[in-house]
Design a binder for this molecule. Structure first.
Ligand code: URA
Ligand code: CA
Length: 442
């Protein structure tokens, strides 16, 4: 067998790996038998030299098979998974899981915690009093079979190679490499066991990839790897040029999801949710076409079945379902503080990552994995791109707990660009990637 040094040199010189070569170092990463410094050197070589489509597929499958593969056959029917590449104010999962289930879909979703400026669905759900996110495989499958949806924390034994590699990428400047992102996300999705996958690939100032062409390429490559793995995968490429919803934080985003399902809120969050939901219902064969699926989703929203399903899901996981009727039962911050606009003008730019960071500094997110989050804190945007604002009027409201108020206020002030002249508002949905090809919408 080739040594790790041979493999590093091979990639450094621009060579392509065979599946057997990939298995060698992926297994070493999963089992901890290859030292971090060699994995780090290899990751940097991959980052600089890239990978072919075949290598990316092989790496994804090798990582997926590096641990346990979930078996969802007990659910009966095609389970569908939805995954976002990470955003701010992006609470689509909490809207979608119940709404799609209310229309006959089977949503078996494994989610993560927030890290850096992006939020995580598991942290949001844990702001609901009593709710359990550590379901056993049997509880998870049983709940999806019974009520149509469940959201649980990803168990540590799925794709263990990704855990080792991702931790190194984070600290070695090797996160934004297409083959490494594709294999990281898709290995976890494939190991999580769903028959169909719908992806929300973000682009813009709050996304992992800022340039549209890179985001479309990522979506296309993930869809291709999903197809090769026998898991039909489609994707939406959506804008992260501003937070998707108005609420950023844990309980705050649960509240916004409830508001959407109750018909009290809408906007960008609802539009992206309806589009992704229609793709989930067609990908899993519940509806033949997205137009019919969308009509069904809108009906389930209008007559309250989506909200009733969220309550059912919360209660099935041990949480207090009354939050669906009374959002004041969710944790609330001690103080709500407006951040005033420094000038008159139009909102022409937002640094979405900085807004996510402001929420994190208030305690909604972590700087290190082991940090605890404050469920109540975060921020609520008072403006959106294109809007006119007067000096002194609020840009956002900070929901403040024990820390970070001044830093968060400064981040929000810097993140929102005000100009005397209007600027074009960027699109919400840029492209749809389906097995038959890429459709550009903007
Ligand atoms: N999310 C992941 O899980 N992996 C990546 O590489 C990037 C985003
Ligand atoms: Ca997410």
């Amino acid at each position: 067998m080739e040594s790790m040094v041979d493999l590093i040199l091979h990639k450094r010189e621009g060579g392509a790996f065979t599946r057997a070569q990939i298995d060698t170092w992926v297994r070493g990463a999963a089992q901890g038998t290859v030292p971090d410094y060699q994995l780090a050197a290899l990751l940097m070589a991959i980052c600089l030299r890239g990978m072919t489509a075949e290598e990316t597929r092989d790496l994804t499958l090798s990582m997926a098979e590096s641990g346990r593969m979930a078996d969802l056959s007990g659910v009966g029917g095609v389970c569908v998974d939805k995954h976002s590449t990470g955003g701010v104010g992006d609470t689509t999962t909490l809207v979608l899981a119940p709404l799609v289930a209310a229309c006959g879909g089977k949503v078996a979703k494994m989610s993560g915690r927030g890290l850096g400026h992006t939020g995580g669905t598991i942290d949001k759900l844990e702001s609901i009093p009593g709710l359990r996110t550590g379901l056993s495989m049997e509880q998870f499958v049983g709940q999806v079979a019974r009520i149509g949806c469940a959201v649980t924390a990803q168990s540590g034994d799925l794709a263990p190679a990704d855990k080792a590699l991702y931790a190194l990428r984070d600290v070695t400047g090797t996160v934004d490499s297409l083959p490494l992102i594709v294999s990281s996300i898709m290995s976890k999705k494939i190991a999580a066991g769903c028959g169909a996958i719908v992806l929300d690939v973000k682009t813009g100032s709050g996304a992992i990839l800022h340039r549209l062409e890179d985001s479309v390429d990522l979506a296309r490559q993930m869809a291709e790897v999903g197809r090769l793995a026998g898991r039909p995968t489609s994707a939406l490429v959506t804008g992260m040029d501003q937070p998707l919803g108005t609420h950023v934080g844990n309980a705050l985003e649960v509240k916004e999801a409830i508001d959407v399902l109750a018909g009290r809120a809408g906007g960008r969050l609802l539009e992206v949710s309806l589009r992704l939901g229609a793709m989930m219902l067609t990908a899993s064969g519940v509806f033949p076409a997205e137009a019919e699926a969308r009509t069904a989703l809108e009906a389930a929203l209008a007559d309250g079945r989506g909200l009733a399903k969220l309550r059912e899901m919360i209660e099935a996981q041990g949480g207090d379902g009354r939050v669906c009727e009374d959002v004041s039962l969710l944790p609330r911050a001690a103080r709500i503080v407006p951040v005033p606009s420094p000038a008159d003008g139009y909102v022409v730019r937002m640094d979405t990552a900085a807004l996510g960071m402001a929420s994190q500094r208030l305690g909604a997110g972590r700087t290190r994995k082991e940090d605890a989050v404050d469920p109540a804190v975060g921020l609520v945007m008072a403006v959106e791109l294109g809007q006119r604002v007067e000096a002194g009027a609020p840009l956002a409201y900070l929901h403040v707990g024990a820390r970070g108020e001044e830093e968060a206020a400064a981040l929000v002030r810097r993140a929102v660009g005000i100009s005397p002249a209007r600027a074009p508002v960027p699109p919400l949905v840029y492209a749809v990637v389906r097995p038959e090809g890429v459709e550009r919408l903007a």
